[in-house]
Design a protein. Structure first.
Length: 381
């Protein structure tokens, strides 16, 4: 009988944590009985193996935006109702997961979010408890203390970057090491017949810095009006971004596609020449590796800490701080230097190989096997 693995996440919609969770489930399902435990029932945004069990614990969904809207419009009765609903959702968020874990026997419990790491940490379970840390602390001392406390009764902490693993290794009681996120598709070759196209991918939320991205492109557009930008994703900032694009008269040069299916996104990657990363913070940055696998050099602000170990001068450009003109100049330099762009493209393609699905799968299977052996040895003492 296969050992049981439970992976806890909020939902399976669009997002980096959600993609990572689905990829992990797909990696393990050949060798384990895998269940993804998610609180919110949602459309599954990414391809998932049919053998992976999906356990959606409720039909509720976060109502942060509804609360903000009611507050903005000064709808007091609606605001009270939404606040009460929010309190119920918060209660369900932990209690439904707790109930499920107590009623089901898993050999491995994998938390993908701090709130569930904190919950699992407090529970006495006959399972190996693993926390995957997707968030970069960004020197937030309060968050660092909270995570350390949340891992006091966790067996293993696995941050998604080597830098985070080194940071936490001497701070937490849990054994701490790094296993990277993976890309599920690695092209056989680079398409060098690329369009005059820049690309960025992510949820349209403040922390992704797409407002700054539009400012970067506005500078580039003045020098190279034959180049365009495509922004893939959706979110609550979309209307503001569309307004800014119109204000700058860039609507014929910037396309907001909304969320795309993987094959549609891959077609865009094939045609794109440069990837721009403007996030205020990133623990890893799987979209950067996806772009690199298609031979797309990346230019990133250094504030996206997690991408610093993905990009070096051989395969991209790091802009210190959030220097908008600095990023624009770097883009212009690579637009005007095709030979350099091709060199970076080739190195980007090769650097992404180590994040390929089967490479990371080997690491996970070996790690889980070693965890179980260690657990058995501890039980015999």
């Amino acid at each position: 009988m296969k050992k049981r693995v439970g992976i806890i996440t909020l939902h399976l919609g669009y997002g980096g944590v959600e993609l990572s969770s689905i990829n992990l489930a797909n990696m393990l399902v050949d060798d384990y009985d895998v269940t993804i435990i998610n609180l919110y029932k949602s459309e599954i945004a990414f391809e998932i193996d049919k053998r992976v069990k999906i356990c959606a614990l409720s039909n509720v969904f976060p109502n942060k935006e509804e609360i903000k809207d009611a507050l903005k419009r000064k709808r007091i009765i609606r605001l009270v109702k939404e606040v009460i609903k929010g309190a119920i959702i918060l209660f369900l968020r932990t209690n439904l997961v707790k109930k499920h874990l107590l009623e089901n026997e898993y050999d491995y419990i994998i938390s993908t979010l701090y709130i569930y790491t904190k919950l699992v940490n407090k529970m006495e379970l006959n399972a190996i408890k693993i926390a995957i840390e997707h968030k970069h602390h960004s020197n937030d001392k309060k968050y660092i203390r909270q995570l350390i406390s949340a891992c006091s009764n966790i067996d293993y902490l696995i941050p998604v970057s080597d830098e985070l693993a080194k940071f936490y290794s001497n701070l937490v009681k849990a054994q701490c090491f790094y296993i990277p996120n993976c890309i599920e598709y690695y092209p056989n070759e680079i398409n060098f017949e690329k369009d005059k196209l820049l690309i960025a991918v992510g949820r349209l939320v403040v922390e992704k810095g797409f407002n700054d991205l539009i400012d970067v492109f506005n500078i580039v557009n003045k020098k190279h009006p034959d180049w365009n930008l495509v922004l893939v994703g959706d979110g609550n900032e979309r209307e503001k971004l569309e307004d800014k694009i119109k204000k700058l008269n860039l609507q014929n040069h910037i396309t907001l596609t909304g969320f795309l299916k993987k094959d549609q996104l891959n077609e865009l990657y094939k045609k794109s020449s440069l990837y721009l990363m403007t996030s205020f913070e990133e623990a890893f940055g799987i979209v950067v590796v996806e772009a690199q696998s298609f031979g797309i050099p990346c230019i990133a602000f250094s504030t996206a800490k997690g991408v610093l170990e993905l990009i070096d001068e051989q395969c991209g450009v790091i802009i210190e701080g959030r220097n908008i003109s600095g990023m624009a100049n770097a883009v212009i330099d690579l637009i005007e230097n095709e030979d350099k762009r091709i060199e970076l493209s080739i190195e980007s393609y090769h650097s992404a190989k180590k994040y390929e699905f089967n490479e990371v799968k080997k690491k996970w299977l070996k790690t889980l096997k070693e965890m179980k052996k260690k657990s058995k040895r501890m039980a015999l003492r």
